[in-house]
Design a binder for this molecule. Structure first.
Ligand code: NAG
Ligand code: NAG
Ligand code: NAG
Ligand code: NAG
Ligand code: NAG
Ligand code: NAG
Length: 493
């Protein structure tokens, strides 16, 4: 009764075309809640205290591609205001904070011959402050802000970058691994390898499409596997942490019930999530990727497959190189078969699908982000089934709205409806989801969208010198979920 009343009120107040079912199940006792940010999006202090230049410093200063012409020079000024960040995390009551380390703050030139003590001090202070507040530090090593010097030599298209990242990771383990027990090596490789080909943009050159996406992905996987292996050999015994790589996946909802569209949906999930997850779980790319790209390459006149192959040694290193599946999920697209239509070589065309949005899905302030909570549950069930029922940690999930919205009902509805589907996946489908990370703790620099769209639970006043953080309604709602472990007023015991 209470729940139906709530639903009706929410539906009317925002004129939603569809209303979402809200679960009254209780989160398991061991379930963890957190929130996340990344270094370039919040830290600012881009040229202070010995920090080197990252790709995003370079992009925002040298190229006019950010929507509002902004940059992350100051952003939330978390380099100076990390105590404010810890205070709001404490207010939220989260179990952990997922943040990233800026490679160029630790290694200004990208390499370990120069370690910047000010950068080390900054992260030590942040980590110690979190631990003192009883918040676990979860660290992402690389969240898109690669040292510009490595971008100049080809980024992850250069196999040596994998090795350089291993040295960086080794440095982080030895500096912070006594206190950091959850590591994410790399965030969303599909985004920087295939969706935002920033390597090519920053170099001012057009790299060959259909080639570099796979080279980049290949070297990302090699880097991850080597870092995982290094940790097992050198640190696991003394530090006993766990490691994964954060993979983003949309759900690919079949556009119709036809066999061709069902197959297209499977194929797209294997191209997107499977590109990285399959090698980690099974030691190689999904055979549908191997076969499809080989056939397409041949049709397109290449004497080799555009998808590289792993050596046997690499396959052995890859297989099992994860302690849990780290999933970033936001949205779903309808997926239709397009296998009759061979287009020009590039990652998006290679999956031989057409994707679009259902017009009935609620939209957000980010064009790519439409609201379809059922897709979240379907994706979780798909991952359970396809990847041997792994432990799944949601490392990102969140909603985009406009600047200045403090009464953010759209975000509350999103969190409520997505977490409802997550609870169903746990209790009705037996999916082993153990943690949920709300993206993002606070409004921040949203890459190409600059400051035009907002993902924060906390509003940041970017005009104020203090970059004042103010709780939105969604922050209170999230805090209440964490406190009660329940999405509604009364939950099932
Ligand atoms: C750092 O960048 C700011 C602009 O964001 C500039 O005003 C300042 O002079 C720079 N500082 C140094 C040390 O280069
Ligand atoms: C860089 O790559 C070359 C060619 O594969 C290799 O010989 C060399 O050892 C690599 N250097 C490092 C530091 O990994
Ligand atoms: C690739 O081509 C071979 C030979 O023509 C064909 O048997 C196979 O079905 C094709 N596979 C895919 C996934 O396109
Ligand atoms: C979920 O995964 C964790 C970590 O592997 C494991 O300890 C736990 O028993 C699993 N829970 C279920 C219900 O499978
Ligand atoms: C900015 O923060 C400082 C220290 O937290 C505080 O003393 C000051 O009043 C704040 N200024 C504004 C305008 O909020
Ligand atoms: C939870 O929801 C179910 C049906 O959706 C209902 O039967 C049950 O009474 C509810 N429990 C509570 C405590 O409200």
């Amino acid at each position: 009764m209470l729940y139906s009343w709530l639903t009706v009120v929410l539906c009317l107040s925002l004129k939603w075309v569809s209303c979402y079912e809200v679960s009254n199940l209780t989160f398991p006792d061991s379930f963890l809640f957190g929130s996340a940010t990344s270094a370039y999006q919040i830290e600012g202090a881009w040229n202070e205290s010995g920090k080197g230049i990252s790709r995003w410093d370079y992009i925002t200063h040298s190229m006019k591609i950010v929507l509002d012409g902004s940059n992350g020079d100051v952003a939330c000024d978390s380099y100076h205001k990390y105590k404010d960040d810890i205070a709001i995390l404490k207010e939220l009551g989260v179990n952990y904070y997922r943040f990233s380390i800026a490679w160029t703050r630790i290694l200004p030139d990208g390499f370990t011959n120069d370690i910047n003590q000010d950068g080390v001090d900054y992260y030590n202070n942040l980590i110690d402050g979190l631990i003192e507040a009883e918040i676990q530090p979860w660290v992402t090593m690389y969240h898109w802000d690669i040292p510009q010097v490595l971008n100049y030599i080809g980024d992850f298209n250069n196999p040596n970058t994998s090795d350089y990242m291993v040295y960086y990771a080794d440095t982080l383990f030895s500096l912070f691994g006594d206190r950091v027990k959850t590591w994410i090596t790399i965030n969303e490789p599909i985004t920087f390898c295939a969706h935002y080909p920033l390597g090519s943009l920053a170099l001012g050159a057009v790299l060959p499409p259909g080639i570099t996406e796979y080279l980049c992905g290949h070297n990302v996987l090699r880097a991850h596997a080597k870092i995982y292996d290094l940790y097992q050999r050198k640190y696991k015994e003394s530090q006993s942490g766990r490691i994964s790589i954060a993979l983003s996946a949309e759900y690919a909802e079949p556009a119709t019930d036809s066999a061709a569209d069902l197959e297209a949906s499977e194929r797209k999930l294997l191209f997107d999530f499977g590109w990285f997850a399959y090698p980690l779980v099974y030691g190689n790319y999904p055979s549908v990727m191997i076969d499809t790209i080989r056939n397409l390459s041949s049709l397109q006149g290449y004497p080799f497959s555009r998808l590289p192959t792993f050596t046997l040694e690499e396959r052995l290193l890859l297989k099992g190189a994860y302690d849990f599946i780290a999933l970033n999920h936001y949205t779903t697209s309808l997926t239709a078969d397009a296998s009759a239509d061979v287009k020009s070589p590039n990652f998006l065309n290679d999956a031989l699908v057409n994707q679009y949005k259902d017009s009935s899905w609620e939209t957000s302030s980010a064009s790519w982000l439409t609201v379809y909570p059922e897709g979240f549950r379907k994706l979780l069930v798909y991952i359970k089934k396809t990847y041997n029922n792994p432990e799944i940690v949601i490392t990102e999930n969140g909603y985009a709205d406009d600047p200045g919205v403090l009464n953010d009902e759209g975000r509350i509805n999103y969190i409520k409806s997505y977490l409802s589907q997550l609870l169903k996946a746990i209790y009705e489908d037996g999916v082993n989801v153990t943690a949920y990370t709300a993206w993002s703790l606070m409004d921040n620099f949203e890459w190409y969208n600059g400051f035009t769209v907002r993902f924060g639970l906390y509003n940041v006043d970017f005009d104020s010198p203090n970059k004042t953080r103010t709780a939105k309604e969604s922050a209170s709602y999230y805090r209440n979920i964490i406190e009660t472990r329940c999405l509604v007023d009364v939950c099932e015991e």
